[in-house]
Design a binder for this molecule. Sequence first.
Ligand SMILES: [Cu+2]
Length: 131
Amino acid sequence: MADETVRIVEPWARATILASRPGAVYLTIESTRDDRLLSVESPVADRVTIHTTENNDDVNRMVLLDALSLPAGERVVLAPGGTHLMLMGLSERLTEGARFPITLRFDQAVEVTVTVPVLGVGANGPEEDMQ
Ligand SMILES: [Cu+2]
């Protein structure tokens, strides 16, 4: 049965210079009920992790999340400088204009697969170092 409780809005990824660098995916998630994003996978990456960004003394640090809370009726925005999905172990670098699928798995909702377009490298990309 189709389950429309979760909606993914405007997914996008930033182009990567090298395949050896992780990629980042940004999107907005809307859920009509309390839910949690538990895991994400994509054929272009060995694994996809959920990161949030903490700022301490002007130093941004990425922190791994086990799950992302999706409060009912709220827009949860994943954007540069904040929460994002990290593509680890890319099979090839993300080239501007390319598209790839990601599948999101939730605690309550059925899984959702969306197509992610790759945008330019951009000026305000994640500058954080991996930990
Ligand atoms: Cu990250």
